[in-house]
Design a protein around this ligand. Structure first.
Ligand SMILES: *[C@@H]1O[C@H](CO)[C@@H](O)[C@H](O)[C@H]1NC(C)=O
Ligand SMILES: *[C@@H]1O[C@H](CO)[C@@H](O)[C@H](O)[C@H]1NC(C)=O
Ligand SMILES: *[C@@H]1O[C@H](CO)[C@@H](O)[C@H](O)[C@H]1NC(C)=O
Ligand SMILES: *[C@@H]1O[C@H](CO)[C@@H](O)[C@H](O)[C@H]1NC(C)=O
Length: 966
């Protein structure tokens, strides 16, 4: 007790001491978003404005648009191909993404697919050793250009087309080849086109879309019905003059038959989905190159630009390479003119030097939402926002110098990061109306019908808007270009090119939905994550602060975040999560929106930023970061007022997710005291904002949507633990669902794996009186979390000095040493392995040997399709036998979680049994150390075929069961 005195009296002294806080104006929070919002990938796509399409394939050589599927691969011979010329043309014309037809309707593949001979393999080009997709990917990467791919669902060549199961397996196998082997792919194009007399065929598009999202974290999926980018409804390159990025996906379908082209063209102001339109059009009449065709005139291309990019869309302009394998000089020349024209029109904004005023502005003169924001270089996150509720008319007016302004184009951009809003607007010059329109969106361009105007003042009136209009940029431009007033290769086809007989590879089995996204898969593979609870509670010896703490008590004089990161890295942790704000409301970063933060503390004289230092230290060591931002806030006076507090919370989310680089997990804690004020959290707004600001983030809460709570704080998952669950049955802060959270649901429609949060000590914050858990306890937690298909989130609280205590460092060292000792040796490694059956026979690529390689995800043992007998896999050790007390089993969760029930036998005697497996199942044998020669795993129940990616037999010297030795 005596020992505690000095620190206690210090705290009291500090609390009495009036720390001089300079009177700081708090910033006005941004307005609430209007849902739906774009994701980070959709926002990135929108800002590209121009994408280059490359139609290339056998049609290039047969002078046709739709091939027959009967083409001889021998006709494909682009002797002078140079993908770096394509990319060079793209860069020069200002395209940041190039999208190639990897396979068109004729079924001919531009890459050497393992699953067909109808590809570059059968062509004389590079003696069948070429790969057009690879050449494009390499050339694009070298110039910093992104790549997209087109894979035609309709396939006129493949004999599997028309057989639902077989063709979907083939299509998914090709999708896996393209999205697994060529690095980042930013857009995948699913074309709905299909000939009148094509065979009947069901596309498993839900499987395709899930697979695309699993294999690529920043991809946009294009189809007539999205889910990320929609077709604009026609192929002239024109969007509707009204064009919403919002639409109802439930009213769309991918096939070409029942498409409502008008709905696609204009979108839907009440649409529940953010699904912006892409305008695809070719620079020539056809999509493929034809000797007889010429590029469109410059004036036509400009018309297309104004009607696509200038109507809130992205222009996907097709530029087809010729038979030599190059983009024709005529097209290159036309693109050069096009670029020159766009630059000439838009590089000068005549409004730039003007004065500007508006009907009102949010937060008054210095609120940060003034009219000057529409003239800066940020066309997204700085914007003019009016005051009030959107009932009266809003306007913004630009006034030129005495000599006036001469222009014929008006550009308006909305801050679409907060939703698309404007429904109707009019433009007046010196009191006369010169243009009017409906939607604005990311960019609206008006070429004035009246031609060049010479005026003093330009006013934009907003006559209708969903909520307040938010304008991020305005431009007045002068457009000098605007004045208102069968070549056959049949010879090749006759030539019989000798195709070497090749064994085609067996396709992987179909996935079982739902599947993890790329971000969820990455999270699962981390296994161990570190949590750091740190804040005013550290200094008051409490767990839940009152919100009345004086910021002056926060003074971690020896804070060294490098020490935290060092401890994490040595423990093998790849992600660290920090409590940026706990329930007490004290912020570890200098938020603009409150004084209750590090700003008011003596630490670094109020100039410190724990979040900033943490992020920098982690990044320097290649460790990822996550942040915790408590919804419950016991300090802020806005808590309890729905609108105000949600604005405050969202403002802080925007600070944390925009100013600190990549954030991989955000933690929404459902905890709330029983007598806290009533308060509705706008979770949908929060989640949409997070997804918009960070592309590879996982959102944790009791109910996901990225990661779910495991239902307790002991670090234990259920012994049955599915990564699947029904999100509709979950809600945040609901005590009655903890059992459901703990076990998941084999019939669950959502992939939402569980995270086990537990502290190394009794409390979440550091307390002098507490000590770390014993090693045996930590190992038990590990087996019951990581070993039950979960990720372990282990809390290590820094102390009042700002360091992780030596006792905790010591215990973590023992813990990681123990894990390494147990798992770095797999006794099964040198054994032989056999199984009940295997997909595709002996050389099918799905044999039991895959469970002993280093890939624990994409190589796996699969039993034979339709095998109704029991499935088993058996490890056979050397004559002297194997000694082990831990069995590890892993499923190929990339294709869904499947196993429901399994049993393990050693030399015919049962030694363990269980239900689910998932990413990793660990059995510490209750019978203790087993000495046996054969270990058989029997799968007694499974959703579809079980797919096992890894098996391990390990010896755990830290494990002594009470039961008899075997
Ligand atoms: C789209 O969905 C919203 C919300 O359910 C609904 O109000 C709107 O009428 C729908 N649009 C159409 C065209 O049905
Ligand atoms: C393809 O375009 C390149 C570049 O303009 C040109 O050199 C070549 O002759 C063209 N090939 C054909 C067949 O037109
Ligand atoms: C633009 O003005 C014309 C003429 O007043 C009117 O017919 C048209 O409906 C207006 N368009 C919009 C989108 O308001
Ligand atoms: C979850 O949803 C599926 C599909 O709708 C349903 O079959 C299952 O019964 C649901 N699970 C629970 C626990 O309600």
């Amino acid at each position: 007790m005596a020992k505690l005195w000095p620190s206690l009296s210090l705290i009291t002294l500090l609390q009495l001491f009036e720390f001089a806080i300079s009177q700081r104006e708090l910033a006005t929070t941004p307005p609430l978003p209007i849902l739906p919002l774009p994701t980070a990938s959709q926002l990135k796509w929108q800002q590209r404005e121009l994408i280059m399409f490359l139609h290339f394939g056998v049609n290039t050589f047969t002078d046709s648009e739709w091939g027959t599927g009967q083409e001889n691969p021998a006709i494909f011979n682009p002797v002078g191909i140079d993908a770096s010329q394509w990319v060079g043309v793209a860069v020069e014309a200002g395209f940041s993404l190039v999208l190639l037809t990897a396979k068109h309707h004729d079924g001919f593949c531009l890459w050497p697919s393992q699953y067909t001979d109808h590809s570059v393999i059968g062509s004389p080009w590079k003696n069948g050793n070429g790969d057009v997709v690879r050449e494009l990917v390499d050339a694009a990467k070298a110039r910093g250009v992104d790549v997209g791919l087109y894979l035609s669902p309709w396939d006129l060549h493949d004999r599997r087309y028309g057989h639902d199961l077989e063709y979907n397996e083939y299509y998914l196998a090709q999708l896996q080849e393209l999205l697994n082997k060529y690095g980042s792919v930013r857009e995948i194009w699913f074309d709905g086109a299909k000939g009148q007399n094509a065979l009947n065929m069901s596309y498993y598009s839900a499987d395709w879309f899930s697979m695309a999202k699993e294999l690529q974290s920043s991809i946009n999926v294009f189809s007539n019905a999205g889910p990320d980018v929609r077709w604009v409804g026609e192929e002239k390159g024109f969007a509707g003059s009204t064009c919403w990025s919002t639409i109802n996906r439930t009213l769309l379908s991918i096939g070409s038959g029942s498409i409502n082209v008008d709905y696609l063209n204009s979108g839907d102001p009440r649409g529940t989905d953010w699904l912006p339109a892409e305008c695809d059009v070719s620079i020539r009449t056809g999509w493929f190159w034809h000797k007889s065709q010429a590029p469109k005139k410059l004036s036509e291309l400009l018309e297309i630009f104004y009607n696509s990019v200038g109507r809130n869309c992205v222009l996907l302009l097709n530029v087809p390479p010729n038979t030599t394998g190059l983009i024709s000089e005529a097209d290159v020349q036309r693109l050069r003119e096009f670029r020159y024209a766009i630059d000439a029109i838009f590089s000068t904004n005549l409004a730039e030097k003007c004065s500007i005023r508006a009907s009102s502005q949010r937060g008054g003169k210095d609120g940060g939402f003034g009219t000057e924001n529409v003239l800066d270089d940020d066309h997204l996150w700085t914007y003019w926002a009016p005051m009030g509720e959107g009932k009266k008319e809003h306007w913004i007016e630009i006034t030129g110098t005495d000599e006036g302004l001469r222009f014929n184009v008006v550009r308006i951009q909305e801050a679409i990061g907060l939703g698309q809003r404007i429904e109707r607007h009019e433009i007046y010059v010196d009191g006369n109306r010169v243009a009017n329109g409906t939607t604005v969106g990311y960019k609206r361009l008006h070429r004035l019908e009246v031609g060049v105007v010479h005026a003093h003042a330009v006013r934009i009136r907003i006559m209708g808007s969903r909520g307040l209009p938010l304008i991020s940029s305005i431009g007045l431009h002068f457009d000098p270009f605007w004045h208102p007033n069968a070549y056959l290769f049949s010879l090749f086809q006759l030539f019989e090119f000798a195709i070497s007989r090749r064994e085609l590879a067996i396709t992987p089995p179909l996935p079982i939905l739902p599947l993890p996204t790329a971000a969820q898969l990455k999270w699962q593979q981390r296994e161990l994550i570190m949590f750091h609870h740190f804040g005013v509670n550290t200094f008051t010896n409490s767990e839940w602060g009152t919100g009345h703490e004086n910021p002056a008590i926060f003074n971690p004089t020896g804070l060294d975040v490098n020490q935290w990161v060092d401890v994490a890295a040595k423990t093998g942790v790849s992600l660290m999560i920090l409590t940026a704000k706990h329930h007490d409301g004290f912020c570890l970063w200098p938020s603009k929106y409150t004084d209750h933060s590090v700003i008011g503390s003596p630490w670094k004289n109020g100039h410190g930023d724990v979040v900033g230092a943490f992020v920098d230290a982690a990044k320097a060591r290649g460790v990822d970061v996550g942040l915790y931002l408590s919804p419950w806030d016991r300090h802020d006076r806005r808590y309890g007022k729905d609108l105000e507090y949600n604005e405050y919370y969202l403002a802080q989310l925007q600070e944390l997710l925009r100013n600190y680089g990549d954030v991989r997990e955000i933690w929404f804690d459902g905890a709330k005291g029983s007598n806290a004020p009533n308060m509705s959290y706008y979770f949908t707004d929060w989640f949409s904002m997070v997804t918009e600001l960070q592309s590879s983030i996982n959102i944790f809460s009791d109910a996901g949507p990225g990661v779910r709570w495991v239902g307790n704080e002991h670090g234990f998952a259920g012994s049955t633990c599915w990564s699947t669950i029904n999100r509709t049955s979950l809600s945040i802060g609901n005590g009655s669902i903890v059992d459901y959270l703990n076990t998941g649901d084999p019939k669950g429609t959502d992939w939402l794996p569980a995270e086990c949060d537990v502290s190394i000590r009794k409390g979440w914050f550091w307390h002098k009186s507490q000590a770390p858990k014993k090693l045996s306890k930590l190992l038990k937690i590990y087996y019951n979390s990581v070993g039950r298909n979960c990720v372990l989130l282990l809390n290590i609280p820094p102390n009042t000095t700002g360091l992780i205590s030596e006792t905790d460092v010591q215990r973590l060292g023992e813990f990681s040493y123990a894990i390494d000792t147990i798992f770095s040796t797999n006794l099964a490694e040198k054994c032989s392995v056999k199984a009940s059956s295997q997909r595709g026979g002996q050389d099918g690529g799905f044999g039991p040997e895959n469970v002993l390689d280093n890939d624990h995800l994409w190589t796996y043992w699969a039993p034979r399709d339709g095998d109704k007998n029991e499935h088993w896999i058996e490890i056979r050790g050397p004559d002297e036998g194997l000694r082990f007390n831990v069995v590890r089993i892993q499923e190929a969760i990339g294709l869904g979680q499947r196993i429901k029930r399994h049993e393990i036998y050693a030399d015919g005697k049962p030694v363990a049994k269980g239900t689910t497996v998932g990413h990793k199942r660990l059995h510490r044998l209750k019978v203790g150390v087993v000495h046996a020669q054969n270990v058989r795993i029997r799968i007694l129940g499974s959703r579809g075929l079980p797919l096992i990616s890894s098996i391990g037999l390990h010896f755990d010297p830290f494990w002594h069961p009470n039961g008899d030795r075997f």
